[in-house]
Ligand binder design. Structure first.
Ligand SMILES: [Cu+2]
Length: 190
């Protein structure tokens, strides 16, 4: 049996390889730093149920013309649920009434994504929770901003805001909340 020939790199060969490896490592490090910066721009908060038990988390990331809302929910009742940005960053009440009404910029507020006269900045599409009680989704809203200073109502204004998930789906028409019923989960954005 012929022995396998091993080619040992000389000192001069090792240097470029080491340099390449270093460049690759740096590239990965830079990419990670970029991802970390993008994550830091978002605001993550826990999603709470009425039992004060954790139900996952939400992240709101500012976009030039709106916000991207990421929801990673657990332990929710399966099916469709209405949800909105509510005007106060307060989920302390077990029924989450402390979160107030919807985020809005003008009154009277006309609710409903399917309403021609709608001006409800807190409006969002319904959330679908799977049979295992989880929901993982990203949703884009152009109706609000994360930080104050623009022409859209800001979630992180003086009293913050909350994402509230309701018991029933939002029909996108009925006043004032599309028949979405009680509030079953809440996350403070503050
Ligand atoms: Cu609501």
């Amino acid at each position: 049996m012929p022995k396998p020939v091993q080619i040992r790199p000389s000192g001069s060969m090792r240097a470029p390889r080491a340099a390449l490896a270093l460049c690759a490592a740096l590239g990965i490090a830079l990419a990670s730093a970029g991802a970390a910066r993008a994550m830091e721009a978002g605001h993550t908060s826990p999603l709470m149920g009425p039992d004060a038990a954790p139900h996952g988390s939400i992240t709101v990331t500012p976009a030039p013309k709106g916000v991207i809302l990421r929801i990673a929910a657990t332990g929710l009742p399966p099916g469709w649920h209405g949800m909105h940005f509510h005007e106060k960053g307060d989920c302390s009440d077990p029924k989450f009434t402390s979160a107030g009404a919807h985020v809005h910029g003008a009154t009277p507020v006309v609710h409903g994504l399917m309403n021609a006269d709608a001006n409800d900045n807190g409006d969002l599409p319904n959330l679908y929770v799977g049979a295992d009680g989880t929901a993982t989704v990203e949703i884009y809203s152009t109706l609000v901003a994360l930080a104050p200073g623009g022409d859209r109502p800001a979630l992180m204004d003086a009293d913050g805001a909350a994402l509230v998930i309701h018991a029933n789906p939002d029909d996108y028409m009925t006043q004032p909340i599309g028949g979405a019923g009680g509030r079953i989960a809440c996350a403070v954005i503050k």
